[in-house]
Design a protein around this ligand. Structure first.
Ligand SMILES: [Zn+2]
Ligand SMILES: [Zn+2]
Length: 351
């Protein structure tokens, strides 16, 4: 099999030829045809996340040690089954759920693999899909996405799922309540279509880019806000008429928090998904007095991905622009993503 590996953080990935593994037990060998390039791969490639104040979290602490193959948006064809793998057949096209836990602990048994303390995430702890083949521990992690374009289906494994799971964390909304979507890149735009599918009508889209705000408006955002305005937090509260029930932050930096969090109504939620980086210092009494929540949302669980795929099959999710490129160009794709030159998503073709 051919893999495109990080041999040294921040340096170009290298094409490595290795023997294709044989599936054991319940494992399934999937021949990858499409592999999404996610923004979070840039952090893994760099080797760290920015924790603000000069602090860094190094991905090696999470078991991500080079040589390593990234890629957590895998789509492919079942190529071989371990002796105890049931429920899929060789030759079937499948989307792979990548956020796999240990499979044994109570949270995994509850189907919340993404909360497992011993994760085996594909492309994070296990070899990922920037490769012609991956081993999936169990057939239950394979999802039939027939009817959805393969490259778009691949992107649902992370970006679609992340938006969907964050929306699942909204507080109970009343008729006056508003929801803000902060950052109208790929994730924000998917979030807008999922909110629409769920019947949430009062949505305000926030960004610093006019073109992205226009795209958000087209997708049905009831209001838009250019957050470069110095009084953006007040404006956001005004748009919501004082009823901003939640803000989902797909950027995740002090500047976006400074717009979203003060604008929340009492009992509101600031839901953080973006990993741009930085740190927060918050006065404590108002958190209690306003009964607000600062909560994180990281990817999602298997059931949620099945629900996202079901929405995509019903054409309820806006298909973000996807460009498919040969896997040999992975380094260019990463460079372009880093330079902010990518509109929508890039997906590698490994055929
Ligand atoms: Zn991702
Ligand atoms: Zn577990």
């Amino acid at each position: 099999m051919i893999s495109y590996q990080i041999v040294e953080h921040g340096k170009p990935l290298q094409k490595v030829l290795k023997e294709t593994p044989k599936p054991q037990g319940t494992e399934v060998l999937v021949r990858i045809t499409r592999s999404g390039v996610c923004h979070s791969d840039l952090h893994i490639w760099d080797g760290y996340f920015d924790w603000g104040g000069g602090k860094r979290f190094y991905v090696k602490e999470r078991g991500c040690v080079p040589p390593f193959t990234m890629g957590h948006e895998p789509f492919g064809v079942v190529e071989a089954l371990g002796p105890r793998a049931r429920g899929v057949k060789v030759g079937q096209n499948r989307l792979v759920f990548p956020w796999i836990g240990c499979g044994k602990c109570p949270v995994c048994k509850d189907g919340l693999d993404n909360y497992c303390m011993q994760p085996r995430f594909i492309g994070i702890q296990r070899p990922g899909a920037y490769s012609t083949h991956i081993l999936v521990p169990h057939p239950k992690y394979l999802i039939d996405s027939s009817g959805v374009d393969d490259a778009f289906a691949a992107t649902l494994a992370c970006s679609g799922l992340t938006a969907y799971s964050a929306i699942g964390k909204l507080p109970k909304l009343n008729a006056r309540d508003w929801v803000a979507v902060i950052g109208c890149g790929g994730l924000g735009l998917i979030a807008l279509s999922i909110l629409k599918a769920k019947g949430v009508r009062h949505v305000v889209a926030c960004d610093v880019d006019e073109a992205k705000l226009a795209a958000a408006k087209k997708l049905g955002a009831k209001a838009t806000l250019d957050t470069r305005a110095p009084d953006a937090a007040q404006k956001l509260a005004q748009i919501a008429g004082g009823y901003l029930a939640a803000a989902i932050d797909f950027v995740g930096m002090p500047a976006t928090h400074a717009v979203a969090y003060p604008a929340l109504r009492k009992g509101g939620r600031y839901i953080l998904c973006g990993l741009f980086g930085g740190e927060l210092t918050l006065p404590m009494p108002p958190i209690a007095q306003r009964a607000v929540a600062v909560m994180g949302s990281y990817v999602g669980n298997l059931q949620e991905l099945k629900e996202v795929v079901a929405l995509a099959k019903k054409k309820k999710i806006q298909r973000s622009p996807v460009s498919t490129i040969p896997a040999e160009q992975v380094n260019k794709a990463l460079e372009d993503l880093k330079a902010g030159k990518v509109l929508g998503r890039v997906v590698l073709s490994l055929e």
